[in-house]
Design a binder for this molecule. Structure first.
Ligand SMILES: Nc1nc2c(ncn2[C@@H]2O[C@H](COP(=O)(O)OP(=O)(O)OP(=O)(O)O)[C@@H](O)[C@H]2O)c(=O)[nH]1
Ligand SMILES: [Mg+2]
Length: 432
């Protein structure tokens, strides 16, 4: 059992890492140096020390050696020169590529996906987050069991290592599959509870806004600034994993719930996207997305493309969206050089510049999704009037029959108001 537990523990001790990546001549979006710089940041977040890096110009990976065979062989000399004890590859490796590199270099070989899953495992706080990461780790390791579990078949078979017609490896795979089933069932349980909470929120008719964006773009800092909150924000990758919501007052008096969650990254492992799908989908049900972009990052366009890829994968690529170019305090060109538009706002979450305009744009965008109402609510329904006041943009006038509410509201509460108005009229008609 302890052996098994260790198998799925991705914790990396302090290690001397050497990074390698492909310099794809057809990809001008992510130059290899930038991708390796990001991989170095990931490696350091996971606790490794980066001691060197190398790239080879080729469009696709060699099916056996990742680099070409000759260039891969040179890594042996590089290992001797900088004394690395782990090789980290910038793309997801097939199990056989990983094996051949491990044999060649006689050290551990990790890929980008394993690294990202490791960081997620370190940062997951909630039960749901931990289950999601565990699921991703199990799914990721299932096809790679041959390498990880070799010590179990080291005895080379024999009595007690085989079930009827079943090798040890197959038994191990079955155990992992059983574990996956169990984690999925536990997750489904946790998610059911969250879905109920979400439905209750929907019934409250408070508009919901979700923050999305590349990791470290400043999502948590923006939410802190908008909501005067104190969420964990840090100059590190994947500081936030679990969704956190805060209520924010907009300039028109409307309230909105803004949710911050996990950031995206280039080549985000599919196993993670799948495992986090349920949480992310809840976020994606929001009325509006705020895409936070680190305007001071030289790769912000590539980051936006990576974010778009994940949003498309989640089926949220076309959702109403405001693009928030953050960190303008770090730009050389200050001030109004790039004027904000209806769907793009320039802010600094640190200095507060542009935040008022952002609040107004959020209110405008939410108003665009509301319907016009003009209804008289009976005086006995004060609770409905109070909800209308914070759900949208309305005027209240006190009339003889009740409170006249006119303006714009989300569809659900608008329908309730109209129904309440009608029922008074009906009651009135009967009594006459
Ligand atoms: N100079 C400057 N730094 C900022 C600004 N907004 C955020 N930061 C910094 O950027 C770093 C990342 O901010 P976070 O808010 O943690 O970013 P995030 O998008 O939530 O990141 P993850 O949760 O890790 O995906 C922190 O060090 C922030 O202080 C800004 O407007 N200007
Ligand atoms: Mg964050």
């Amino acid at each position: 059992m302890t052996e098994r537990a260790r198998m799925i523990d991705l914790t990396i001790p302090v290690e001397r890492a050497f990074l390698i990546g492909l310099d794809d001549p057809d990809d001008d979006r992510w130059p290899v140096e930038r991708s390796l710089a990001e991989l170095a940041a990931l490696a350091e977040t996971a606790g490794a020390t980066v001691v060197g890096r190398a790239s080879q110009r080729r469009p696709t990976a060699d099916p056996v050696w990742y680099f070409g065979k000759g260039r891969a062989a040179e890594l042996v000399d590089e290992k001797a020169a900088c004394d690395f004890n782990v090789l980290i590859v910038d793309d997801e490796l097939a199990p056989n590529q990983q094996r051949s590199l491990e044999k060649l270099l006689d050290c551990k070989v990790l890929d980008r996906s394993a690294l990202i899953i490791d960081i997620f495992a370190r940062h997951a706080q909630t039960k749901e987050g931990r289950l999601q990461v565990e699921l991703a780790a199990l799914e990721y390791h299932l096809p790679r069991l041959t390498r990880l579990w070799t010590h179990l078949s080291r005895t080379g078979g024999g009595i007690g290592t085989r079930g009827p017609g079943e090798s040890q490896l197959e038994t191990d795979r079955r155990l992992i599959r059983d574990k996956i089933k169990k984690v999925k069932a536990d997750l489904a349980d946790v998610e059911k509870h969250r879905a109920t909470a979400a439905r209750n929120r929907d019934r409250n008719e408070v508009a919901s806004v979700a923050l999305v964006g590349y990791t470290n773009a400043g999502k948590s800092t923006v939410l802190n600034a908008l909501a005067d909150a104190d969420l964990y924000a840090a100059d590190m990758l994947f500081a936030t994993l679990d969704p956190t919501s805060r209520q924010v007052s907009l300039p028109n008096g409307q309230q909105a719930v803004i949710t911050d969650t996990v950031g995206f990254i280039n080549k985000l492992p599919h196993d993670l996207v799948d495992a986090f799908r349920a949480t992310l989908e809840e976020v994606m049900r929001a009325d509006l997305l705020l895409e936070i972009v680190d305007a001071a990052d030289p790769d912000f366009l590539g980051q936006q493309a990576a974010v778009q890829t994940v949003l498309d994968e989640l089926g949220a690529g076309d959702k109403p969206r405001i693009t928030v170019f953050n960190k303008i305090d770090l730009l050389a060109v200050k001030g109004d050089a790039a004027p904000s538009t209806e769907r793009a706002v320039f802010v600094s979450a640190v200095t507060g510049a542009g935040l008022h305009l952002l609040r107004e744009r959020i209110a405008d965008a939410l108003r665009g999704q509301m319907v016009a109402v003009d209804a008289v609510v009976p005086y006995g329904r004060g609770e409905l009037v109070a909800r209308a006041r914070t759900s949208g943009e309305v005027e209240e006038r006190y009339e003889e029959r009740g409170v006249r509410i006119s303006g714009h509201l989300p569809e659900g509460i608008a329908a309730e108001l109209t129904a309440a108005g009608r029922s008074t009229r009906r009651r009135g008609a009967v009594s006459h």
